[in-house]
Design a protein around this ligand. Structure first.
Ligand SMILES: Cc1ncc(COP(=O)(O)O)c(C=O)c1O
Length: 397
């Protein structure tokens, strides 16, 4: 079965979302992967592990059938060789950084990366001797200038970025990174594998905060790393390296959280289509509003790198940021909405509004990555578009 969104001749996206890693439970026939709420497993003789989903289970930090089922599903959606689930997006990022870097190595990161990513690189890895250069990853010359052949081990790309929606060219940056001997990691949290598949464009690893669109219902915190296998540059393979660190560091999700993310992923395609439909309506409204000075949305023809987004994304997603005339205006919008709930996070079924400067990105205040204080970020949910537009109209006055 081949569909347009399955270039490798795989079943379609939703078919994979519903079936990959989710055969009926061998013990009971349950059609939904059970929540294996268990820490240890009976061994049939010393070292005699029972296999399920292709792996033997001994202890749930090392492996748990519910988590394995999610990992197989995630790998199938991103079209990677293997996926590894984590307890949060930042735990996934930390695992990638610790697995692939040693003191003296250098990383290029976006100059508008998610604040938590920047904080991790700056406050945790810099003291351990890992150097970083924030660069404008929307500008290929800036990426070329930032990489240091021989010492840059990773280029970290987030596209679109949180909260400025900056778009980077995955294929072109992969080429630059590889030419310098570095690996490319893409944070695919905003786009999701439904809208964008970085591993097919040359990226080596994808990271996710599955807390967001993957989970999709604002009820779980999780993360993931998906890998296109290859040389890890230190005499081993990328999959073996990430797998080792997942177990050695132990920041794994529990069975129930794994199950929630898996359930969310089953409906990712239909949710993303509706997120995109609603976002397009909201963008149209915001663009016509006199109190909105600028709308940031990769789908807008005038938006920087719109052509790149159109090439590498199926549609442009459910996240919108916009600028107002002043910080007071931005705060008054955040205070004034009713349907758009004031809150951090994003990618859930319900719409959220926030002030990045004082909320999600407060940790980068005063740094190179500080965001404008007149900025408002919207996570456009699945409510009726007319109601969302009416809510914003009332908040904007
Ligand atoms: C783009 C992006 N990456 C990573 C993270 C971190 O994920 P988590 O909050 O699940 O640790 C976030 C969180 O907002 C994010 O927006």
């Amino acid at each position: 079965m081949t569909t347009p969104d399955s270039p490798a001749g795989l079943p379609g996206f939703s078919t994979r979302a519903l079936h990959a890693g989710q055969d009926a439970d061998p013990a009971t026939g349950a059609v939904v992967t059970p929540i294996y709420q268990v820490s240890t497993y009976k061994q049939d003789g010393v070292g005699g592990l029972r296999t399920g989903l292709g792996t033997g289970y001994e202890y749930s930090r090392s492996g748990n059938p519910t988590r394995t089922s999610l990992e197989v599903q995630l790998a199938a959606l991103e079209q990677g060789d293997a996926a590894y689930a984590f307890a949060s997006g930042l735990a996934a990022e930390d695992a990638v950084l610790r697995a692939l870097l040693v003191p003296g190595d250098h990383v290029v990161i976006p100059n508008d990366a998610y604040g938590g990513t920047y904080r991790l690189v700056k406050k945790v890895f810099e003291p351990w001797g890992v150097e970083h250069t924030p660069a404008d990853l929307a500008d290929l010359d800036a990426v070329r200038d930032a990489v240091r052949p021989g010492s840059t081990r990773l280029v970290w790309l987030e596209t679109p970025t949180n909260p400025l929606l900056t778009v980077g060219d995955i294929a072109a940056i992969a080429e630059i990174a590889h030419a310098a001997g570095a690996l490319l990691v893409v944070d695919n949290t905003f786009a999701t594998p439904y809208l964008q598949t970085p591993l097919l464009l040359g990226a080596d690893l994808v990271v996710h905060s599955t807390t967001k669109y993957a989970g999709g219902h604002s009820d779980v915190v999780g993360g993931a790393v998906v890998v296109r296998d290859g040389d890890d540059g230190r005499g081993g393979t990328l999959t073996a390296r990430i797998a080792f660190h997942q177990n050695a560091m132990g920041a794994v999700p529990g069975p129930f959280d794994s199950w929630l993310v898996q359930r969310g992923l089953k409906t990712l395609a239909v949710r993303m289509e509706r997120h995109c439909d609603n976002a397009e309506r909201v963008v149209e409204f915001l663009q016509s509003h006199p109190r909105v000075t600028k709308v940031l949305y990769p789908g807008l023809p005038g938006f920087r790198n719109h052509d790149v987004a159109a090439r590498q994304m199926r549609r442009f997603g459910g996240m919108i940021s916009f600028r107002t005339a002043s910080v007071e205006d931005a705060l008054s919008v955040c205070r004034g909405t009713e349907l758009f709930t004031l809150g951090e996070s994003l990618g859930g079924v319900e719409s959220l509004v926030e002030h990045p400067g004082r909320m999600t990105h407060a940790s980068v205040a005063g740094s190179l990555l500080e965001v404008p204080d007149d900025l408002v970020r919207l996570s456009v949910g699945l409510e009726d578009a007319d109601d969302l537009v009416a809510d914003l109209a009332s908040a904007l006055g």
